[in-house]
Design a protein around this ligand. Structure first.
Ligand code: ADP
Length: 462
């Protein structure tokens, strides 16, 4: 075949001058059109490969379940991945090779045999790489689902059109795979974070994962979006001792508060110097070498970290583990102490609340539509418990913060606010602090009721 090209060229050259021009330009135009069509087909096959093999099984099943038009055909094609791959590869190779042959023929007319071959080789390689591979594949990566549906019909058509060739190559490749010992596993394990999350969801739906396992896995994914402010113990609840306190006083403070570690401050809580552990205090007081009257709290202070309230807890946990610290002091943008955070506070974000004896559940379910929550509970947890949609990520983190924000002032026990189909009642207040609130989700908010809600929302507290 390759030798027939120069013959054709000779024939063309024997045509009279005017005819020669017509013949040359016609061939060139036909050649260019053919190359353009073939490059489009090449792009079609390359993008099909990516779209079909990047589409995860579970997502495709979801599409079929949702009755998305064309999803069924995609599934049928993917049911035999080997046949599908052979179809795509046979199609792609035919068009790429045809393109290269045509280009060589046309370019040889203009530039002679050798130069024509060189130009066609490099020219077609560049064009195929760019428009037959790179561009269509990138597009298919971005639009996997929609593209897989679009190309499924033409792909099925190709399978019919090239049927004998595909059957032959299907058979041959399977035999070669057997000889080389290849498993023939074609679908690549391409996986993203979103896909893992979706799998966790479907895992629970289908009973592969226990509810508790599902909860914990979901929390792990949420972990790196959580900031210190959401998990810290607030300043008001901090138990700390001044630096000039005696060791026995510090021990007593630990025992009374039930905490093993307490921050030590100089002057005020805004100037925390470090942390003392009851173990060191007791050891030093009872078994130390220093005389009791010479013992000073300052000698037992362990350094601590001061971290901004906006720090991500996954980073902080790593830092604290590296520094072997169990407690960090949380400060705001002005350097004022906002609270403290311990390793346990962060671990609770994954394993769930670890309650001490006598400690109340942060969210107590009274009935299907009502919960009693502690004021410091995060809005996110309340939303999850009642399946409601109170605003998250604003300037407040907790349910108490939300109530104050809506009220715009201090509130008293028994006050109520209504927001988006939820009635929030302030159950208990200590000094100025909201300790507990009851949330009730209305049954089915009627038109009239939602009007009332809007008014109540605007007015804040009733
Ligand atoms: P402990 O067992 O000593 O209380 P953990 O690290 O187990 O310490 O923390 C349990 C909870 O108590 C966490 O929510 C933590 O923020 C809080 N906590 C620990 N120490 C103090 C303290 N000195 N003052 C206030 N809260 C504390």
């Amino acid at each position: 075949m390759a030798f027939s090209l120069p013959l054709e060229i000779v024939l063309v050259y024997e045509v009279p001058v005017v005819g020669l021009e017509v013949a040359e330009s016609t061939v060139t135009i036909f050649g260019a059109v053919a190359v353009a069509v073939l490059i489009a087909l090449s792009g079609f096959f390359s993008s099909s490969e990516i779209a079909m093999f990047n589409l995860p099984k579970h997502r495709l099943e979801g599409m079929v379940e949702d009755d998305i038009a064309g999803a069924e055909l995609v599934k049928k094609l993917k049911d035999d991945p080997h046949r599908l791959l052979v179809t795509i590869l046979v199609g792609n190779n035919i068009v790429n090779i045809a393109m290269s042959s045509i280009a060589t023929a046309v370019l040889s007319i203009h530039f002679g045999g050798l130069l024509g071959v060189i130009l066609a080789t490099f020219g077609i390689t560049a064009i195929v790489l760019l428009f037959g591979e790179s561009v269509p594949k990138s597009y298919a990566v971005e639009n996997t689902e929609s593209w897989a549906i679009r190309i499924s019909k033409p792909l099925k058509g190709t399978e019919y059109l090239l049927f004998p060739l595909i059957v032959l190559f299907d058979y041959l490749t399977r035999q070669v795979n057997k000889l080389t010992g290849s498993t023939g596993a074609i679908e690549s394990p391409y996986v993203t974070r979103d896909e893992i999350q979706e799998m966790i969801e479907s895992g629970e739906r289908e009973g592969v994962l226990e509810e508790e396992e599902h909860e914990m896995l979901t929390r792990i994914f949420r972990f790196n979006n959580t900031i210190v402010k959401e998990v810290m113990t607030p300043r008001l609840d901090m138990t700390a001792v001044p630096k000039d306190a005696g060791i026995d006083e510090a021990i007593e403070t630990c025992i009374q508060s039930g905490h093993a570690r307490i921050p030590v401050y100089e002057g005020s809580l805004d100037n925390v110097q470090g942390v003392v552990h009851i173990r060191d205090l007791v050891r030093d007081l009872n078994y130390g070498e220093t005389e009791t009257e010479d013992l000073e709290l300052a000698d037992l202070i362990q350094p601590t970290l001061h971290v901004p309230e906006s720090k991500n807890i996954d980073e902080l946990l790593t830092e604290m583990r590296e520094n072997r610290m169990h407690m960090a002091i949380v400060i705001d943008e002005f350097g004022t102490t906002e609270g403290l955070v311990t390793v346990e506070d962060m671990i609770e974000e994954i394993v769930g609340e670890i309650l001490k004896t006598g400690e109340d559940e942060p969210v107590e379910e009274l009935d299907e539509r009502t919960v009693l929550v502690r004021g410091e509970v995060n809005i996110e947890d309340v939303n999850e418990a009642l399946e409601i949609d109170l605003p998250e990520g604003e300037e407040f983190e907790t349910i108490a913060g939300f109530i104050f924000n809506r009220a715009g002032r201090l509130v008293e026990e028994g006050e109520e606010i209504t927001y988006d189909g939820v009635r929030i009642t302030v159950e208990s207040v200590e000094n100025t602090r909201i300790m507990k609130a009851r949330l009730h989700k209305f049954e089915v908010p009627s038109e009239d009721e939602s009007d009332v809600d809007d008014d109540a929302t605007d007015d804040g507290v009733e």
